[in-house]
Design a protein around this ligand. Structure first.
Ligand code: FAD
Length: 398
């Protein structure tokens, strides 16, 4: 892999898809956002997203990673990553709605393979068709990294369950029709030393006893997460995913893959920040009318940023290639998530520095990207949890 801020791909299929996606993001989608006045600080609604889902389905992008039987193109992880990188690099507010990250097939992840025919027909196939959307609800106020300490409980009741609990930070919650909720089975994990058993449920968000609430606003300023409040909410047994006790296996089943697949979006965003910073350094004049980029202090910053970016991108695609070959990449996935999060944050910090006051000004894209990338050191597993994972693999002789 060579260094480039405008990567090209040898694989003809990837090259064709990336080319078409770039055209869509920079053309039609940019026009759509402009016409609707959508910016980083807009409060998006489902009505903003739905036309993008529909158009992305027509263009074959929505759920493109899925097997052909579900309307996808059976992409490899490396091919999907190349597309996700383009989303990140596009600067488009609605880029998350093109491949199905925001409530669509990418958010549902691996659960397709655990679904019964009823669950496929009622929830997951409509999701692939862009008719329904979902969120994934695991985290609670007092259960983040240590998700097993969750309090949401499922009590068996006749031919179903009653769920009570409060989930926070469910991404895509404001646009979703149903949530994949993980809850502890009542009667397990209550006594000292008793192991809790967790189950995963498909919960219609308009069910009696279920409320979708505005949660806190993260530092990115986006309103794309919700709290899901369950108060004795009845869920039919047909909505239990897998068997009772399978909840964590289903929820965390593809965690290695997901960890890796989050990296290219952040890499794309960082690539854009680096590009914008180079442009700024070339055009901003300093003392004596010289461009900023003529100063060695700035050149060294740019060199460090580009080197960090090349390292982060190279290791991510190397791990994705190994994953495509069916190899065990658990250690590499921890390493990529850690290094991408940490190095992209360093790059964005320098990007803000080089932009000076512009980089601190709301409305400036780099200022927004800095806040967005900062969150990645916590999201989808904190840097400390990645380090724990690497150390554990090393101790086990990986
Ligand atoms: C914008 C956003 C979107 C999100 N989307 C979703 C979503 O869609 N669905 C969902 O279920 N959740 C979601 N989350 C939750 C996210 O996954 C959690 O925030 C994350 O898992 C960390 O949990 P926490 O924030 O409670 O941190 P904590 O677990 O409280 O950790 C606090 C600090 O302690 C450190 N720490 C904790 N345990 C250890 C340990 N064992 N060893 C070393 N250090 C440790 C952490 O690394 C961190 O630095 C989202 C969060 C945000 C901010």
């Amino acid at each position: 892999m060579t260094f480039s801020l405008h990567p090209s791909y040898d694989d003809p299929r990837t090259a064709e898809l990336v080319g078409r996606l770039r055209d869509y993001l920079g053309g039609e989608l940019a026009d759509y956002e402009r016409e609707h006045g959508l910016t980083d600080s807009s409060r998006l609604t489902r009505a903003d997203l739905e036309p993008v889902w529909r158009r992305s389905i027509e263009l074959g992008f929505y759920g493109i990673h899925l097997p052909k039987e579900h309307g996808g193109q059976d992409l490899t992880f490396s091919q999907l990553a190349a597309l996700k990188e383009e989303l990140g690099a596009s600067g488009r507010v609605l880029s998350h709605s093109v491949l199905g990250d925001m409530g669509g097939p990418l958010r549902a992840g691996d659960i397709l393979k655990h679904a019964t025919q009823h669950q496929l027909d009622t929830y997951l196939l409509p999701l692939i068709r862009g008719e329904r959307a979902c969120c994934f609800s695991l985290t609670e106020t007092d259960a983040g990294s240590d998700v097993r300490s969750m309090r949401t409980v499922a009590v068996p009741d006749g031919d179903g369950y009653r769920l009570t609990g409060h989930k926070v930070f469910s991404s895509a919650g404001p646009f979703a029709d149903f949530a994949i909720v993980v809850a502890r089975m009542a009667g397990t994990g209550e006594a000292e030393g008793d192991k809790p058993s967790f189950s995963a449920f498909l919960v219609d968000l308009d069910s009696p006893g279920c409320r979708v609430e505005d949660g806190v606003t993260p530092m990115s300023g986006e309103h794309i997460e919700s709290d899901i409040v369950l108060d004795d909410c009845y869920v039919p047994a047909a909505n239990l995913m897998g068997a009772e006790g399978d909840g964590m296996r289903i929820a965390l089943g593809r965690v290695t893959t997901n960890r890796l697949l989050h990296c290219p979006t952040i890499l794309g965003l960082t690539r854009r920040a680096l590009d914008l910073t180079l442009q700024r350094a070339r055009t901003r004049k300093v003392a004596g009318g010289r461009p900023l980029i003529s100063l060695q202090a700035i050149q060294h910053k740019l060199a460090g940023m580009a080197t960090d970016f090349y390292a982060a991108r190279s290791m991510t695609y190397a791990a994705l290639k190994a994953l495509d070959e069916g190899r065990d990449v658990r250690t590499e996935a921890f390493m990529c998530k850690l290094f991408v999060a940490e190095s992209c944050f360093r790059i964005l910090d320098e990007a803000v520095q080089i932009h000076g006051k512009e980089g601190l000004t709301q409305g400036n894209e780099v200022e927004f990207m800095f806040r967005k990338v900062r969150m990645f050191r916590v999201l989808t597993g904190t840097s400390e949890i990645q380090r724990n994972g690497i150390a554990k693999m090393l101790a086990a002789g990986a």
